[in-house]
Design a protein around this ligand. Structure first.
Ligand SMILES: C[S@@+](CC[C@H](N)C(=O)[O-])C[C@H]1O[C@@H](n2cnc3c(N)ncnc32)[C@H](O)[C@@H]1O
Length: 301
């Protein structure tokens, strides 16, 4: 265990610190949803943004941004989140089609895949995040009378504490194939917590399971301090992502999974920009340049 529950507060709300990053992704998904060439539809996203006093001035449509798509935050960065959402939607649905019966969203934040994707109705979606974030999410969804398309099970726990006990107590079955997602999460965890999380996913997964995660290449992240995306995020909405990211050395989690027998593939977001014909392309001093999307499969014998 990397730390204990008492060392790590899990009561932080959604409107501060790393919780606020969940709202940033929600605002990006709202903007993507309203685009004429949208890659992913999330009709709940704008309701989260509008329910959070901290985001009163945030846009939920690109038309509300004075410089529109030229804005590094609500244009380019939001398109990045829209592309990421679509690629990971496709990954999860593909994994379910090939046998996964349980979905585990690590650092689920305001992800509404349990409500908006077409799951087989007997499937279960476990959403792990801190209590404050999940309580806010539940409040908004309850007000909307939103109905999940699979069984949705929130698991309020800090991923640096004993989350395995919480997940299994919530009904997760390690013997059944599962698909796991860590979208926009790992760089908020200390390196040893990431290693432990990946080891634990390996231990809890039956053959035929799958995992996707987003990682950053090991490079001094502070080199990107003046990149357009991070500067705009800091100045426009007061979120200093580089302050929130863990800056110690990162483990090679894709390599670790390969060594454990998983089949892994590592992509840049730009691979998918080309595939979908929209999304961000590389720029000089580009904070997205070091991002990797990793897809891992635990083979059947
Ligand atoms: C950038 S948001 C991404 C949310 C979601 N995956 C998505 O893409 O919409 C990061 C999320 O990770 C959660 N998170 C960060 N550190 C965590 C921890 N130690 N335990 C549980 N959740 C954590 C935050 O509360 C936040 O909801």
């Amino acid at each position: 265990m990397v730390g204990t529950a008492s060392q790590h507060t899990d009561t932080e709300g959604v409107d501060a610190g790393v919780g606020l990053t969940a709202l940033l992704v929600a605002a990006a998904r709202a903007i993507e949803t309203h685009r004429h060439d949208s890659l992913a539809q999330d009709v709940y996203a704008e309701h989260f943004v509008r329910a959070a006093p901290a985001c009163a001035a945030w846009p939920v449509r690109i038309q509300q941004v004075p410089d529109g798509d030229d804005n590094p935050l609500w244009g380019r960065f939001a398109r990045y989140f829209g592309l990421r959402t679509r690629v990971l939607d496709d990954f999860l649905l593909r994994s379910v089609r090939t046998g996964a019966r349980q979905v585990v969203l690590l650092g689920a934040g305001l992800d509404t895949r349990a409500l908006r994707l077409d799951w087989p109705s007997d499937h279960v979606v476990f959403e792990i995040d801190r209590a404050g974030v999940l309580a806010f999410k539940q409040r908004v969804l309850t007000d909307l009378h939103a109905t999940p398309k699979a069984q949705r099970v929130p698991v309020p726990v800090d991923l640096r504490a004993d989350w395995v006990t919480a997940l299994t107590a919530a009904g997760f079955d390690p013997a059944a194939p599962s698909v796991w997602l860590a979208e926009g999460l790992l760089f908020y965890l200390p390196g040893p917590a990431e290693t432990q999380l990946i080891d634990t996913v390996d231990r809890l997964t039956a053959e035929g399971s799958a995992l996707a995660f987003e990682a950053k290449l090991e490079k001094d992240l502070l080199e990107y301090r003046d990149s357009a995306i991070y500067t705009a995020t800091r100045r426009q909405i007061g979120i200093d992502l580089l302050h929130l990211f863990e800056k110690g050395p990162r483990p090679d989690s894709a390599g670790d999974l390969t060594a454990k027998g998983w089949s892994t593939s590592v992509h840049t977001p730009f691979d998918f920009t080309r595939r979908h014909g929209r999304g961000p392309l590389p720029e000089p001093n580009d904070a997205l340049e070091g991002n990797r999307w990793v897809f891992a499969y635990k083979p059947r014998p």
